[in-house]
Write a protein that binds this ligand. Structure first.
Ligand code: FAD
Length: 889
């Protein structure tokens, strides 16, 4: 529908004086509210927007402090919904100033004639759902109340400044300013003694400019932030050229990227680079002056792994020490209490150099906390600072502040949102809340919001919501509400996502830690903008999964369920594999499948370094077989784990699970010997099993030679390798040795019977398929032999076997036979522990480089192996918080 037709067909908002009647009420007239109004009108809805401010702009209306700018390059921080608008506006700077962004939003409001439907200077004070009428009633502090079918909160993530928590603010006789509520008149600071409290993004932007004006500036810092030079200037020539060469493609890439800015994923991990190479990449990033660049392009592990992150954090601290002359001030400015990126990093212009000025003093509140504000200034527990002006750059009650400030929001059954959110925000997709029909939040908690280019996230949310309202209207539905199941599932998915990044390791406004008494937890969605978009699309394509839709003349529709049950990174991997449209492995034949696997593995980054890696040959059942040995960097001798790789007895070799062996070698502090046992169909059953046993025996007899501890070995294996490990334990028991101290069975094949629910539920779509398992069995073992315990160990005698740790994955055809084996072991009196990995698939734990959520499982596996070997447990700093995530047992 064209704009003109849509607007003509839209019924006009009506008012009975006390109440304004509209289809949709939008609260907020910033980036989100403006685009909403435009889309709603175009879709033929009557709509009103309400804003406390006296003009459009939202963030950019309120934040007028010196130095206020965006920190995403402005060519990316723009609307993209209308290509004509996109090319009609030219930004003058790489990072535009607040006045320019405000002019842009005014330009947008004029271009689409939006102001006529905005009630400025009006605050929405509370909202109540009228169940009988299926409408929201909004009360305002200025003029008519509003009755609307749908209530959309475009109230902003950073729009409620945090009130100062310091005693005595009212006693201060000088001037007080808040960066988030800066006055519209000129603020004269020249010749004055100014205090700035707070060194987050706003403080860091304002401090250098205030220092230039003030007679003296005292900066009160509680938490140091990482800041990078913006290198501001004209819009970046590279990015502008990219945009202009293919505007649609550029914008589309941003929509599907992780942060809403079109950068590809970082191709390398830190340990693949030398110190010099890392430094070179870092210097390039430092010179680029782009937060998204440094957060995404340095090395892939910097945002997800403590060790990878420590490298970049230290390089930034080195820069700070190089700029700030006074070592004590430099040390105070150097963040040491959070990983880089886990707290919002800042872009600066001369921030650190400002501390070299003679008129600037830094006060480290970790050493001398503020005790009060007095009539003449600020008092710490050590000193008094007399000042004329205090600037509070203390940030916002982020993400939930503006939503909760509308109080009460009363939903179905008289429930209040603030009660429902008392222990932290609950939502479905960050867009809706169960119990609050027809209420939508734009960039609400649970969506990528502040971890993204918000312009992109806002457009995605607005489009999704307005498309849904249109679809509802067409189908005759008048109410939509998230189900409790969907909402709980989203909370679980959010928790899973939060293990992907390092945000959980810092106390920040992302987690609510900056507001006393606020419930703690990572509020924004950390799974990325592109994955989030695909989930929202999937909700629609699966029949509005997780929503209940009702209407006066249609049957209610409720397709209940959880939208994401896979771990977030597993979902990404499976989607990537699906997009590659690979031929089924079994269709390639053994040689083709092996070549495919070798090529697939070659494209993956090498595993992490260990102390030593060496190759050799050992005595198999029928001649020598190769092995690869991974030795820890710690002094030996170490216990030895005999490892059997996966590959369905047909594929793989002693090198193919290299990243997993390295990771486990590092975590356990044990030697891993990966055995190159023989494969079918060239060497059918029982060749692999017999090689497994022979290799274990040989290794047990050569522990000293291999640098191992003179003690029983352990065995471990994944998939068909898990099968060989299990069988080896049975053969060792029955053949008089060697002694085995414990077995780690990772997604093992334990039985030839496919008649299990996991084979039916996960037959296709999770990498290991039922047809592929059929093929593996056919390549290795003739039907007549399949019940032999040397290939179906579940059918063997289980008493007297070594203690076991059995790992199964929820989305794996082999899940139920692994569980059956663990239960059968326990029933036979074998000490056994199970780890049922929720949301994981067959290859999750061996895809060390891409399935980050596999860390928690590997931590548990390593603990089990150390326990079996009688070693003490030690928690690595890098594993902090990872142990209990994503696991069901
Ligand atoms: C200094 C600063 C710099 C930023 N830089 C970037 C950047 O570079 N890139 C980026 O992606 N994001 C940035 N952000 C985040 C920024 O908030 C968003 O990019 C975006 O402007 C949010 O738009 P919005 O419309 O959702 O909310 P806002 O712009 O916050 O607008 C919300 C509006 O709702 C109104 N409102 C709230 N509650 C009520 C109520 N009860 N009644 C009436 N009106 C109400 C407010 O008055 C406000 O005008 C920055 C934020 C700040 C503070």
């Amino acid at each position: 529908m064209s704009d003109a037709i849509a607007e003509a067909s839209a019924s006009k908002a009506t008012s009975d004086g006390a109440t304004q009647q509209v289809d949709v009420a939008v609260v907020g007239a910033g980036f989100a509210g403006l685009y909403l109004l435009h889309r709603l009108r175009k879709a033929g809805f009557t709509a009103v927007a309400v804003d406390e401010a006296s003009d459009v702009g939202g963030t950019w209306y309120w934040n007028r402090y010196p130095g206020a700018r965006c920190d995403i390059q402005t060519i990316d921080y723009s609307y993209t919904f209308d290509p004509e608008l996109d090319s009609a506006w030219k930004w003058s700077e790489k990072y535009a100033t607040q006045p320019e962004i405000l002019r842009y939003l005014g330009f947008v409001a004029d271009r689409y004639d939006l102001r006529r439907d905005i009630r400025f200077g009006t605050k929405v004070t509370n909202a109540t759902w009228d169940e009988a009428a299926e409408r929201w009633r909004l009360t305002t502090d200025n003029g008519a109340a509003i009755s609307c079918r749908h209530y959309i909160m475009a109230t902003g993530c950073l729009s409620t400044p945090k009130p100062p928590e310091i005693e005595g603010v009212k006693d201060f006789k000088g001037e007080i300013y808040f960066t988030g509520r800066w006055p519209h008149h000129e603020v004269k600071l020249a010749g004055k003694r100014v205090a700035v409290i707070g060194t987050g993004s706003s403080g860091i932007q304002a401090i250098p400019l205030i220092a230039e004006q003030a007679a003296h500036l005292t900066v009160f810092q509680r938490t140091a932030s990482f800041a990078l030079p913006a290198h501001n200037g004209p819009p970046s020539a590279d990015r502008t050229a990219l945009l202009q060469s293919d505007r649609a493609g550029y914008r589309e890439q941003a929509r599907w990227s992780m942060a809403g800015v079109p950068f590809p994923p970082a191709p390398v991990v830190s340990w693949q680079l030398s110190d010099a190479e890392r430094r070179e990449r870092f210097e390039q990033a430092w010179a680029a002056g782009d937060l998204v660049h440094i957060l995404t392009q340095l090395w892939a592990d910097q945002g997800v792994d403590v060790d990878g992150n420590a490298l970049v954090s230290e390089l930034i601290r080195e820069k700070i020490r190089g700029i700030v002359k006074d070592p004590e001030t430099a040390a105070a400015l150097s963040p040491n209490d959070h990983p880089f990126g886990s707290k919002r990093p800042c872009l600066d212009t001369n921030y650190y150099a400002t501390y070299n000025r003679p008129n600037v003093t830094q006060v480290n509140l970790r050493q001398e906390p503020i005790t009060s504000i007095t009539a003449s200034g600020i008092k710490t527990d050590k000193r008094n600072f007399d000042v004329d002006v205090i600037v509070f750059a203390t940030g916002f009650d982020a993400m939930t502040g503006a939503i909760m400030a509308v109080h009460p929001i009363t939903g179905r059954g008289g429930k209040s949102l603030s009660d429902i959110w008392a222990k932290g925000p609950q939502s479905y997709l960050g867009l809706t809340v169960a119990g609050f029909p027809n209420l939508f939040m734009i960039t609400g908690p649970g969506s990528p919001s502040v971890l993204s280019n918000m312009a992109v996230s806002i457009e995605q949310h607005v489009d999704w919501v307005v498309d849904r309202l249109q679809a509802m209207r067409e189908a005759g539905f008048s109410a939509i509400e998230a189900t409790a199941t969907a909402q709980d599932g989203w909370a679980q998915h959010m928790a899973d996502c939060s293990t992907l990044t390092l945000h959980r390791l810092a106390n920040t406004w992302y987690t609510g830690a900056n507001v006393p008494g606020k419930a703690l937890g990572v509020m924004p969605y950390t799974g990325g903008v592109g994955p989030y978009r695909s989930i929202c699309n999937e909700v629609v394509s699966r029949g509005m999964l997780g929503f209940r839709l009702t209407g006066p003349d249609v049957a209610a529709q409720c397709n209940d369920g959880e939208i994401v049950r896979l771990q977030p990174d597993v979902r990404i991997v499976l989607n990537m594999l699906a997009d590659m449209n690979l031929p089924p492995i079994e269709s390639l034949g053994p040689e083709g499948a092996r070549a495919f696997l070798a090529q697939f593995n070659a494209g993956r980054p090498a595993g992490r370094p260990v102390g030593e890696v060496g190759d050799g040959a050992l005595q198999g059942a029928d001649g020598p077989v190769p092995y690869r040995l991974y030795r820890p960097a710690t002094p030996g001798p170490h216990p030895i784990v005999v490892y059997f790789h996966g590959g369905g007895w047909v594929l793989g070799d002693e090198l193919s699970d290299d990243p997993f062996c390295r990771d486990m070698c590092r975590r356990t502090g044990m030697i891993f010997v990966s055995v190159g046992y023989r494969h079918g169909p060239e060497h059918p059953f029982p060749a692999a099993a017999e090689d497994g046993y022979a290799a274990t025996k040989w290794i047990a007899e050569h522990t000293a030679e291999l640098g191992g501890r003179p003690a029983p070995v352990l065995v471990a294996g994944w998939s068909a390798g898990g099968n060989i490990a299990a069988v080896t334990c049975q053969l060792a028991r029955d053949r008089g040795g060697p002694q085995i101290a414990g077995q780690l069975l990772l997604c093992p094949v334990t039985d030839c019977d496919f008649d299990r629910p996991s084979y039916r539920e996960n037959a296709e779509g999770y990498f290991l398929t039922r047809p592929l398992m059929d093929w593996f069995w056919d390549m290795y073992c003739p039907p007549a032999d399949r019940t032999d315990p040397r290939v179906s160990p579940l059918r063997g005698k289980l008493a007297g076997l070594p203690q076991a740790f059995v790992v199964t994955c929820e989305f794996d055809p082999l899940r139920d036979e692994g569980v059956a084996y663990a239960e059968a072991l326990a029933a036979a009196g074998v000490p056994v522990e199970q780890l049922k990995a929720r949301g994981q698939m067959h290859s999750s734990f061996t895809m060390v480089d891409v399935v980050i959520t596999g860390v928690s499982g590997r931590v548990k596996m390593a603990e089990a192996l150390r326990r079996f070997a009688g070693l003490a447990q030690e928690e690595r700093q890098a594993d902090k918080g990872a142990r209990s995530d994503g696991l069901a047992a």
